[in-house]
Write a new protein. Structure first.
Length: 303
């Protein structure tokens, strides 16, 4: 008697291999990064993800409630940190808002095509800066520069005698009052400028990419982080962590990481020359090495 659990031979003519998944002609894509939605009453001191610890309550992120969000709020700017605002282009043109919010710097995140039109007319008492990228994928190379622009402007507007080390670290203590306020904006205020603010939160507060996205979304509910932008911020996370561990701050890591040398300021060894590689490959100082030796120690000629 044959056991029902015993393997049965495949019937004649039937395929012996079966597909595990359905066939698709689409390109393979990385798995999606799921961002937990912010709570209705957002308390960033308990923002956590997986095994990452919660953020300290003194990080300076303003608490908010999504119950206060209105559809018309997308045309306004929201305050992410005491010295950082995020909004659309319409908010950057609203002189009344800029005066009431104490904005002293406008940081535009725009495409390289738009930059050809030139900078907008300067407003009295407001500094203007821009981050120009040809496409959203190149934005990761500008995150450090954007953070540097925000930090340097804050320090430059502090009262005389106030000393702060750059880059600013919001984990140690709240920043002193009196620094400049920066409005980061793009056309809609929901995509490129939101990614710059999230990257700044990662560096300024030691947040993970998911924590930073949650905090930005908690203050400006209409932001849009697509999968490519989520992966870009996730890829930026080990970059800024390595720079902070090396004590390089904003100035390092702009180009080749190996160009900065070892920690402590020593310059790394230069690139190996072609001759050195040839010498190592050949063995003894550039002399050829015979692949075989005769019994009496003489080289065997290969014909």
């Amino acid at each position: 008697m044959i056991s029902p659990n015993s393997a049965q031979p495949a019937p004649s003519g039937s395929p012996s291999h079966h597909p595990t998944t359905s066939y698709t002609a689409g390109l393979p894509a990385p798995p999606r990064i799921l961002i937990p939605p912010p709570s209705m009453s957002l308390d960033h001191s308990h923002t956590r993800h997986g095994t990452h610890p919660p953020l300290a309550s003194s990080t300076g992120v303003l608490p908010g409630s999504l119950q206060d969000w209105k559809y018309e709020s997308r045309r306004e700017a929201q305050q992410i940190l005491p010295h950082l605002f995020l909004g659309p282009l319409s908010a950057a043109k609203d002189t009344t808002f800029l005066s009431l919010a104490g904005i002293t710097q406008l940081l535009a995140v725009r495409s390289s095509m738009t930059s050809r039109l030139g900078a907008r007319p300067p407003l009295p008492g407001i500094h203007y800066a821009s981050i120009d990228v040809s496409n959203t994928g190149n934005l990761i190379g500008q995150f450090a520069r954007a953070s540097q622009i925000i930090d340097e402007h804050f320090v430059s507007t502090l009262p005389a005698g106030t000393q702060l080390e750059l880059p600013l670290d919001g984990r140690r203590a709240p920043l002193p009052a009196g620094g400049g306020h920066t409005l980061v904006y793009c056309e809609s205020g929901n995509e490129r400028s939101a990614a710059v603010c999230a990257a700044y939160l990662m560096q300024h507060m030691g947040a993970t990419a998911i924590q930073a996205i949650q905090m930005v979304q908690g203050r400006r509910f209409c932001v849009c982080f697509d999968d490519a932008m989520k992966w870009m911020l996730t890829s930026y996370e080990p970059i800024w962590m390595a720079r902070r561990a090396q004590g390089g701050g904003h100035g390092q890591g702009q180009g080749d990481p190996g160009a900065q040398g070892e920690q402590g300021g020593a310059r790394g060894k230069g690139k190996r020359r072609w001759e050195e590689d040839e010498d190592d490959a050949s063995g003894s100082g550039g002399k050829g090495m015979a692949p075989f030796l005769d019994d009496d120690g003489r080289d065997v000629e290969m014909s």
